[in-house]
Ligand binder design. Structure first.
Ligand code: ZN
Ligand code: ZN
Length: 255
């Protein structure tokens, strides 16, 4: 394991523990359990096994593309300060993910790759990791390939990876946050939990943003009701498979 991968894993694990503790102190839905249905599935299969295997596969694929295409020879962003590079790729990818995520909720075939993510009934810090492997391959290739192709500092993918993991855990966490005006800029659980909610028809096809909430406010898809909380999450039907492989294959069902 490289030094940056070691640090990245340590910071992400620590972030998960901090969120787990904060969820106990300031819960959004007080009755929710730590070891809820699917907890070990999300932690073991999705967070550890899937992300490790796909991380290796995706980076090999991107470097293979670059060896054949020679894209990174241009060194387009190599001279930019590190912080500017990180911010540039954060905003660029976040706009992409907003648009693709929205498309997934409007197109039934794309939605099949997104169903796994919405199948968690008790949304918490580890729930966000549940994403179909094909969805991860598409999104992470589009996330990391531009960094390699445009000649970003080698630290950028590691920093971006840590930020994505921490932010993903944060927006799903069972945390009663009230960030005030910051919710117009920084996305958090108070909006993303409504994206997963099935007990409020007004939340349907709302809050597609991942990191920056401003996409939802700009494009008119924001939903943030005052003095009310989402209570029920999931797909709303019980036949959805409960095992990792069951969920992977379910996306390819005949109809
Ligand atoms: Zn969604
Ligand atoms: Zn989510």
């Amino acid at each position: 394991m490289s030094a940056s991968a070691f640090w990245a894993t340590g910071i992400i694990a620590l972030g998960g523990l901090v969120l787990l503790g904060l969820e106990r102190l300031f819960p959004y839905n007080p009755g929710q359990k730590i070891f809820r249905e699917g907890f070990w599935l999300d932690l073991f299969w999705y967070t550890i096994v899937q992300s490790l295997i796909l991380g290796l596969l995706i980076s090999e694929f991107i470097f293979w593309l670059d060896r054949h295409g020679g894209f990174s020879r241009g060194h387009w962003v190599s001279d930019w300060p590190l912080a500017v590079q990180v911010l540039f790729f954060l905003v660029l990818h976040d706009l992409y993910i907003y648009l693709f995520h929205k498309a997934q909720h409007y197109n039934k075939w794309l939605y099949r790759l997104h169903e796994a993510h919405h199948s968690v009934k008790d949304v918490d810090w580890v729930a966000g990791s549940r994403s179909h492997p094909l969805e991860i391959v598409i999104n992470q290739t589009i996330e990391f390939a531009p960094m390699i192709f445009l000649g970003a500092n080698p630290l950028v993918p590691a920093i971006k990876g840590v930020i994505s993991a921490l932010w993903g855990m944060y927006i799903h966490s069972n945390l009663a946050m009230n960030t005030g005006w910051l919710q117009y800029i920084i996305n958090g659980p108070e909006m993303h939990r409504y994206h997963h909610a099935i007990d409020d028809t007004k939340a349907f096809r709302k809050n597609f943003a991942t990191k920056f909430a401003f996409w939802d406010w700009i494009f008119g898809t924001a939903y943030l009701p005052a003095n009310k909380r989402a209570q029920k999450y999931g797909l709303g039907f019980s036949r959805y498979p409960k095992t990792y492989w069951g969920q992977v294959w379910y996306a390819f069902r005949p109809k």
